[in-house]
Design a protein around this ligand. Structure first.
Ligand code: PGA
Ligand code: ZN
Length: 430
């Protein structure tokens, strides 16, 4: 027994940004240090994600209670990790995987397991007297990520008419994180002004982006251009577009209609083919400074992904979110088949910190990009900010600069940047 050994676990439900319960875990080590983590929750989840355990009792929180997951932390995971040296994250995580025993963490719940995994990492950092990014990433951790700011929300994240989920700006052409973030914030405020002038709604969606009704999805891109220019930044030189159409949702809508393909479920309801959707992305890339497209196609459309990657992969970052679900099994298939060229990294898709780090590592070693990411249901927990720096992955997606659940991550990154001082690098490239 040394001071890094797990001595005590506590857990309870708290609320996320959508007002749903989620799991909060506290890990205490023998040396007296404590670590806390709160688990996020997605809405447009990938089919192959690790299982988020919900109680399902409709009378309590509409079925979204997490009392079983909380009980699993206390009754099943606590004995499994008691006395383990928490510095060996992989051993700790494996002890929990063994206690769960399933392939998808559906027995004890990925929300229970991830809570313990991340809280243990925080406790180790506290015991060592180090910030989390240093404790996880070592001496080389010093790259602040280029943010993707989701300033216009649609799809499953808002009640407007936009088929596609996320219209982001990425301040890429800057020297440092602070000035890049400032640009993103100023563009956000310029956009609010422009929407207001045009008589459009400025209420926000789940990730803090505006959620007005536009005539077309392309009108959203035109507003991004105007807002960037109004804020005084270079469109396509400093500031670029990143999109997450979350196309699996469009494929699900088509499936509901009993047809293959992709259904524009909010606008004209048209059903289009994979090739037609690829044509749309290619056209948008010709007409606008698009640097990144995430989930441009459905998670099961591997043949389409190959075509998309062959067509656009040389000039655009193609990110697999639902496609890879932060799981090396799916990432390996992507690497073998030549699908996508980057992975979205969401710790709760896979359910442990060590497997999350493994996915980033496999991607980077094979020349794929990696984007650290929040979920649409978030909390004040800012662990992903530290993980972005710890892995030097260079990019983060954590919403608009609005709502404290999103700004908790930006604020943490500002503090990390200040701590690192002149040794900090920026993931974008001026
Ligand atoms: P989710 O959406 O957190 O609701 O799954 C985010 C995304 O698709 O990237
Ligand atoms: Zn996504």
């Amino acid at each position: 027994m040394n001071e890094f050994c797990v001595e005590q676990l506590s857990a309870r439900w708290v609320l996320d940004s959508r007002g749903n319960p989620t799991v909060r875990v506290e890990v205490g080590l023998a040396g007296g240090a404590r670590g806390v983590a709160i688990v996020p929750s997605g809405a447009s989840t990938g089919e192959h994600e690790a299982v988020e355990l919900r109680d399902g009792d409709k009378a309590v929180f509409g079925g979204k209670g997490v009392s079983k997951a909380v009980a699993n932390v206390l009754d099943r995971l606590a004995p499994a990790v008691a006395g383990l040296d928490a510095r060996d994250q992989a051993a700790l995580d494996h002890a929990m995987l063994a206690a769960d025993g399933s392939a998808n963490k559906g027995v004890l719940g990925a929300n229970a397991i991830l809570g313990v995994s991340l809280a243990a990492a925080h406790a180790v950092a506290a015991e060592a007297g180090l910030p989390l990014y240093r404790s996880v990433g070592g001496a080389g951790a010093r790259t602040l990520p280029a943010p993707m700011l989701n300033v216009i929300n649609g799809g499953k994240h808002a009640d407007n008419n936009l088929d596609f989920q996320e219209f982001m700006v990425q301040p890429w052409g800057f020297d440092d994180f602070e000035t890049a973030l400032r640009a993103g914030v100023e563009i956000y405020h310029a956009l609010r002004g422009l929407l207001h002038e045009a008589g459009l709604n400025t209420a926000v969606g789940d990730e803090g982006g505006f959620a007005p009704d536009f005539k077309t999805a392309e009108e959203a891109l035109q507003f991004l251009e105007r807002a960037t220019k109004k804020a005084g930044y270079g469109w396509g030189t400093q500031v670029f577009i990143a999109l997450d159409p979350a196309a699996s949702e469009l494929a699900n809508e088509a499936k509901k209609a009993g047809k293959p393909g992709y259904k524009r479920f909010k606008s004209d309801q048209a059903i289009i083919t994979s090739d037609e959707l690829i044509d749309t992305w290619a056209q948008w890339c010709d007409n606008y400074p698009v640097r990144s497209i995430e989930d441009g196609l459905d998670e099961n459309d591997w043949a389409g992904w190959k075509k998309l990657t062959d067509r656009l992969g040389e000039r655009v970052q193609l990110v697999g979110d639902d496609l890879f679900v932060t799981n090396i099994k799916f990432l390996r298939r992507g690497l073998d088949d030549g699908c996508a060229n980057a992975i979205l990294v969401k710790p709760n898709q896979i359910g442990t910190l060590s497997e999350t780090l493994e996915a980033v590592d496999l991607a980077r070693r094979n020349g794929y990009g990696a984007v650290m990411s929040h979920r649409s249901g978030e909390t004040e927990d800012s662990t992903i900010a530290d993980l972005a720096v710890a892995t030097n992955c260079g990019q983060i997606k954590t919403g608009a600069p609005c709502r404290s659940d999103r700004n908790a991550k930006y604020n943490r990154l500002l503090v990390i940047a200040q701590e690192l001082g002149p040794s900090a690098l920026y993931g974008g490239g001026a």
